[in-house]
Design a binder for this molecule. Structure first.
Ligand code: FMN
Length: 359
């Protein structure tokens, strides 16, 4: 496939973002995903329709941190024509404020604070989801950042650390600050990625918070997106793993919203998507094997939508060479049948914390 030409850069991304989240139509966002989100990955998504908003993976912020150049590149060279929101993670107020100010010199639409990362290495340092155990500290951080940031400022959070019973207290803290947006992943930190998503709590947040709420967690199809929207009346959807598996999902949501028939990709379209990931994400100096190892981060999610027995996933995880990788892909995908790409109930190993059935 020929690469599509870059979209013209947006003149004022913050205004575009503000009017998107303040508009009547729900917005769609591609979730921040560490080691997945990148300039090149966004190009691949954009070629298949893409979301209204892109969030960077988190910039780590601490006393000796510098802005990560790889993440900055996705902001500075963004070719999608859509606003990019820069996400930060950390708990040191002066450093967070200084980093936010530094980020504001780049063409970002807004700043987002991560209050949901469930990785023990992060939460044990009382950052990301770890901060949910200390609402007073969150209060201080949000107060300082809101005061320092002229751009739109948002938070991405979970329902609590141990249980969703913590959420009403957390909502009071969020409501004290004039946030532009809150993204709510309907799980606790302890629930990681694989339990059911608590959409009732997201509905409560959307109904009671004085700013827009983006719904997040297990959105795997346009129909599901519209069903939860009818119930929750949120500001829109943030989609992560469902979009890696099905990059057409944002277009499909737009089709469903406007009452058009949903266009499902064929096996050959999915094959072309994997080829596009392979070519676009490739670093020139990296061996085939190292490149394939990196691509497995994406294929682990795509594989859940290919066959119910998990044969594709198993074979792709064994792949070491380009030949084997694409022979496997062609073996399963060289057909013209439509594919819904919803996750199937494939047995997972306990270490597959991010994958597996996410119902
Ligand atoms: C590989 C991966 C990396 C992630 N990295 C981040 C991150 O950098 N910042 C963040 O706020 N959330 C991160 N998340 C969480 C997602 O943004 C999202 O909240 C979560 O996956 C639930 O949405 P989903 O069911 O649509 O995937 C990550 C998730 C995955 C799967």
């Amino acid at each position: 496939m020929l690469p599509s030409p870059p979209e013209p850069r947006i003149q004022n991304p913050a205004d575009v973002y503000r009017s998107a989240i303040g508009g009547h139509r729900p917005v769609s966002a591609l979730a921040p995903m560490q080691a997945v989100s990148s300039l090149e990955y966004w190009q691949v998504m954009h070629r298949r329709g893409g979301p209204d908003l892109y969030f960077t993976e988190y910039f780590r912020v601490h006393s000796t941190s510098r802005l990560d150049r790889f993440i900055l590149r996705s902001i500075d060279e963004n070719e999608t024509g859509k606003p990019v929101i820069a996400q930060m993670i950390g708990n040191d107020i002066p450093c967070l404020v200084a980093t936010a100010k530094e980020l504001a010199h780049h063409p970002i639409a807004g700043i987002d604070l991560n209050l949901g990362c469930p990785a023990p290495i992060v939460y044990k340092k009382c950052a990301g989801g770890g901060l949910l155990r200390e609402p007073e500290r969150i209060d201080a951080i949000l107060g300082a950042l809101r005061q320092a940031i002229d751009l739109p400022f948002s938070v991405k959070t979970r329902l609590g650390f141990d249980t969703a019973d913590e959420f009403p207290e957390l909502m009071k803290v969020f409501a004290r600050h004039d946030l532009d947006l809150l993204t709510l992943h309907g799980r606790t930190v302890k629930q990681m990625y694989r339990s059911a998503v608590d959409y009732r709590s997201i509905r409560m947040a959307a109904a009671n918070l004085p700013f827009p709420v983006l719904m997040n967690g297990n959105i795997h199809s346009a129909k599901h997106a519209l069903t939860i929207q009818k119930d929750i009346q949120g500001a829109g959807w943030m989609i992560g793993r469902g979009a890696i598996r099905n990059p057409w999902i944002f277009d499909q949501i737009r089709q469903e919203q406007s009452g058009e028939a949903i266009v499902y990709p064929t096996g050959q379209d999915v094959l072309a998507y994997i080829q596009d990931l392979y070519d676009t994400l490739r670093y020139k100096t990296v061996s085939d094997e190292a490149h394939i190892t990196r691509l497995k981060k994406y294929l682990n999610f795509i594989g859940l939508g290919i066959d119910p027995q998990g044969h594709f996933l198993h074979a792709i995880r064994q792949s070491r060479s380009e030949q084997h990788f694409f022979d496997t892909c062609r073996g399963f995908l060289n057909h013209s049948d439509p594919m819904t790409l919803e996750p199937m109930d494939i047995p997972m190993k306990p270490r597959d914390v991010l994958a597996g059935v996410h119902r």
